[in-house]
Design a binder for this molecule. Structure first.
Ligand code: DC
Length: 225
């Protein structure tokens, strides 16, 4: 099986770019952030503080989180219920960031990520895919963009949705998330030594997709359509 691991900070465009590339080469796209979001969703539903390590760990024993696919689109199931449409709120983003720093949560979600990679050609995105989850992936990419550019994209997205926002606040949020992801003791966001750096600061969406595709073709050209 072929595995493409894509890691990088929030707002670099990992999921949209990975999804488009996966479709082009016929690989399964796996968004691992959805697993952390599912755990976060469960904690909030049960009024558990996502930063309370012992309460979160105790609750893990009562839940199952599973991937599924419907018409090629990833779905996420919590205790058998499809919660895919409920995990993209700002509250869940913040709670996912908190639970993702807990070692037991990462261990709890580890096997599913490895299992899906064992059975499919995949493009998997996250923060620790090339470093921890799939250290033997044939292709590793560290996808990033300058912090101001990531904040500018996020700000534009909010404006498009009609959500009032202040650019400096958005920039501060992006910086805080970078801090959390890069400095947590367990599986911090790092570029794997063998990951190819793709910086999308000066690339538009199509150029970013092409840049990722060309890294993949260079590494496993014979394995893709
Ligand atoms: O990519 P995302 O925003 O959906 O991720 C949600 C949170 O989960 C984010 O704070 C980082 C964390 N995460 C992680 O720690 N490891 C991963 N492989 C994927 C996401």
């Amino acid at each position: 099986m072929y595995a493409v691991a894509i890691d990088g900070p929030a707002g670099a465009g990992k999921s949209t770019i990975s999804r488009a590339v996966a479709q082009k080469i016929g690989f399964l796209y796996v968004d691992t952030g959805a697993l952390y979001r599912a755990v976060a969703y469960d904690m909030l539903e049960n009024e558990i503080d996502p930063a309370d390590i012992s309460a979160v760990c105790e609750r893990l024993g009562s839940i199952t989180v599973r991937f599924g696919y419907e018409n090629g689109e990833q779905q996420i199931y919590l205790n058998g219920n499809n919660i895919t449409g409920k995990i993209r709120t700002p509250q869940i983003s913040a709670a996912a960031s908190a639970v993702s720093a807990i070692r037991e949560v990462r261990q709890f979600l580890f096997a599913q990520q490895q299992d899906i990679a064992r059975e499919n050609h995949i493009i998997m995105d996250g923060r620790d895919i090339g470093t921890v989850v799939l250290p033997n992936a044939q292709v590793k990419i560290y996808l990033t963009a300058a912090v101001e550019e990531r904040a500018r994209r996020r700000f534009a997205e909010l404006q498009e949705k009609g959500i009032p926002a202040d650019f400096n606040e958005v920039l501060a949020d992006v910086k805080t998330r970078d801090e959390n992801d890069m400095n947590r003791p367990v599986a911090p966001l790092r570029r794997a030594p063998d990951a190819v750096l793709v910086d999308t600061s000066c690339l538009d969406f199509d150029q970013s997709v092409q840049a990722v595709l060309s890294v993949i073709k260079e590494k496993i050209g014979q394995g893709i359509k």
